[in-house]
Design a protein around this ligand. Structure first.
Ligand SMILES: *[C@@H]1O[C@H](CO)[C@@H](O)[C@H](O)[C@H]1NC(C)=O
Ligand SMILES: *[C@@H]1O[C@H](CO)[C@@H](O)[C@H](O)[C@H]1NC(C)=O
Ligand SMILES: *[C@@H]1O[C@H](CO)[C@@H](O)[C@H](O)[C@H]1NC(C)=O
Ligand SMILES: *[C@@H]1O[C@H](CO)[C@@H](O)[C@H](O)[C@H]1NC(C)=O
Ligand SMILES: *[C@@H]1O[C@H](CO)[C@@H](O)[C@H](O)[C@H]1NC(C)=O
Ligand SMILES: *[C@@H]1O[C@H](CO)[C@@H](O)[C@H](O)[C@H]1NC(C)=O
Ligand SMILES: *[C@@H]1O[C@H](CO)[C@@H](O)[C@H](O)[C@H]1NC(C)=O
Ligand SMILES: *[C@@H]1O[C@H](CO)[C@@H](O)[C@H](O)[C@H]1NC(C)=O
Ligand SMILES: *[C@@H]1O[C@H](CO)[C@@H](O)[C@H](O)[C@H]1NC(C)=O
Ligand SMILES: *[C@@H]1O[C@H](CO)[C@@H](O)[C@H](O)[C@H]1NC(C)=O
Length: 453
């Protein structure tokens, strides 16, 4: 059943189109390509298939990645002004909120991590900032949902071990509960930064600062010549055992978070942090004939990227686009990176499959499409392409300037699933949940090499 889903996805990729041409200075050309790539994304959507689930993509793409994809598609509708997908996106975002409107839906609640919830939080934050079509029900407004995610995450801030930080997992029975990682804490930092700018409420700045200081103190953030973001740290041994993988999306979460904070506070500290993280982002670009082409350095060269990791370049591209708008000093560097990467992705990599425009993982493979395909490959190419359009449009809206989403700063607090308080689960459920996260954990550790400069 699972593999038939996938072959369905491939077979439905039959369209008539020649290999992708792109002129990055020609807006129509960028929009046209984004439209072709987005059709490839929707081939993986499960919600309008018989027996499928609204908001979810086909197996083996997990719930968190769906949150990532909806974030990409919200921007797609904003950048291209193509409204076709608006009803589908809206339905998906509202269907998956969970009973407590905090993105801990019952189907996910046994396995959900802070990072998973965070990616849906980022999607709805983006919806507020893009003035995406508002829900009728204010208790599910985009801003309220983002605040509920933020509030339930801060409620899990854990001072008991290592003086702070979020654990990777929400629930004790999941392996990874003893790991405090950058993506979970980075999501909290990033959403806090965006809420601060959108609402002009300084409490969010205080939280963002707290997360930054904790991550820095524990060694997840390095400074000096290279400002890196490491994967995470084991709680055992008082958080001294760091796992030093570097992923594009973690660098991007912190980078764009700093950019939002600088844009809002105008505090030079955040400008410096933005610029330093940007300089270090260079490790995720390979010099190909003098052009800088994005790649997932920890797993791509060794052909070891798992399904999750194959989508990271999408979020990194989105975060780079946001940074270049919010901190104009970064604009020329980022824009050139996006232009070079989009050129290689479109002309060299999105040439695969039966349809001739399925996108691969390695955009600079010497023989063109590298044979990889999937939802992650497709949204990565979409984001790097569509972010070229960001320069012609208004910056992310705020409550005072273009945004219409009405918030509730107390959202999420009164709910039952907001904490790490154990649900009542049978032993079988616990074992199942544990195995799923153990597999993810092992593949994370087994994949890739540490980046050494
Ligand atoms: C811009 O791209 C569009 C869409 O591909 C194409 O029709 C048009 O000719 C291009 N314009 C220029 C000046 O190249
Ligand atoms: C608009 O979006 C739809 C749905 O993804 C897509 O099929 C269509 O090609 C897009 N239109 C253009 C002009 O790109
Ligand atoms: C939860 O799973 C059931 C069974 O697969 C499905 O029918 C339902 O739509 C799912 N709900 C959500 C919110 O995903
Ligand atoms: C600002 O945000 C904090 C933290 O979420 C909240 O407690 C407070 O009510 C908010 N203040 C206003 C004026 O919205
Ligand atoms: C654990 O680490 C924190 C932060 O580095 C430090 O403040 C605390 O004293 C350490 N505790 C122990 C028991 O070593
Ligand atoms: C350090 O972390 C690694 C990877 O998470 C783990 O395999 C190892 O056992 C840990 N070492 C110690 C001393 O805790
Ligand atoms: C920011 O960086 C500049 C240049 O390196 C330095 O002079 C300045 O003191 C820094 N500001 C802060 C607040 O760290
Ligand atoms: C904030 O972003 C806007 C929009 O791009 C820009 O005009 C403004 O200069 C930025 N503010 C700062 C302090 O960089
Ligand atoms: C390039 O693509 C070919 C398939 O076309 C594949 O065999 C090869 O491993 C790829 N190389 C890299 C470096 O990805
Ligand atoms: C945002 O959406 C609201 C409600 O649809 C609309 O009235 C307003 O004009 C929109 N703002 C912008 C900047 O487009």
């Amino acid at each position: 059943m699972k593999s038939s889903h996938i072959s369905l996805a491939i077979i439905s990729l039959v369209a008539s189109c020649s290999a992708m041409w792109l002129d990055t200075n020609n807006k129509s050309s960028v929009i046209e390509n984004a439209g072709i790539i987005v059709d490839g994304v929707m081939d993986y959507y499960d919600g309008n298939r018989y027996g499928g689930t609204v908001g979810m993509f086909v197996w083996p793409y997990y719930w968190w990645e769906a949150g990532g994809v909806w974030g990409s598609l919200i921007d797609y509708t904003y950048f291209t002004k193509n409204e076709t997908l608006v009803p589908i996106i809206k339905e998906a975002l509202l269907y998956q909120t969970g009973d407590d409107n905090n993105y801990i839906p019952l189907n996910q609640s046994t396995t959900e991590g802070n990072d998973d919830q965070g990616f849906w939080g980022i999607a709805v934050m983006g919806a507020a900032e893009r003035n995406f079509s508002n829900p009728d029900d204010d208790s599910k407004s985009w801003l309220t949902l983002a605040q509920a995610v933020f509030n339930t995450m801060t409620a899990r801030w854990d001072e008991a071990e290592c003086d702070g930080g979020l654990r990777w997992q929400i629930f004790q029975w999941n392996s990874g509960y003893d790991y405090k990682n950058s993506v979970s804490n980075g999501c909290l930092f990033h959403i806090g930064a965006r809420l601060a700018r959108y609402t002009a409420n300084d409490s969010y700045v205080v939280w963002a600062e707290r997360v930054w200081e904790w991550m820095y103190g524990i060694g997840l953030l390095t400074e000096g010549d290279w400002w890196f973001v490491y994967d995470g740290v084991n709680v055992g041994g008082n958080c001294t055992n760091l796992t030093k993988y570097q992923w594009t999306y973690n660098q991007g979460l912190m980078l764009a978070g700093c950019a939002y904070l600088y844009n809002y506070t105008e505090d030079e500290k955040w400008l410096n942090r933005t610029l330093n993280l940007l300089t270090a982002s260079k490790v995720f670009f390979s010099d190909i004939n003098g052009e800088n082409v994005m790649y997932e350095a920890a797993c791509q060269p060794s052909n070891n990227c798992n399904n999750d990791q194959r989508s990271f370049k999408a979020y990194f591209s989105r975060f780079l686009g946001l940074t270049s708008i919010l901190v104009p000093q970064t604009n020329s560097v980022i824009r050139q990176w996006l232009v070079d990467s989009a050129n290689w992705a479109n002309k060299n990599s999105c040439t695969g499959g039966f349809d001739g425009h399925t996108c691969g993982l390695n955009w600079f493979n010497s023989t063109g499409w590298d044979g990889y395909w999937g939802l992650g490959e497709q949204i990565s190419a979409l984001e790097v392409t569509q972010n070229l359009l960001t320069y012609d449009l208004p910056p992310p809206y705020t409550a005072n300037n273009g945004g219409s989403s009405v918030g509730n700063p107390a959202a999420g607090y009164a709910t039952t699933n907001s904490n790490a308080s154990p649900l009542t689960l049978g032993t079988k459920d616990k074992a199942g949940a544990g195995i799923i996260t153990a597999v993810i954990g092992v593949s994370l550790v087994a994949s890739g090499v540490w980046l050494v400069l």
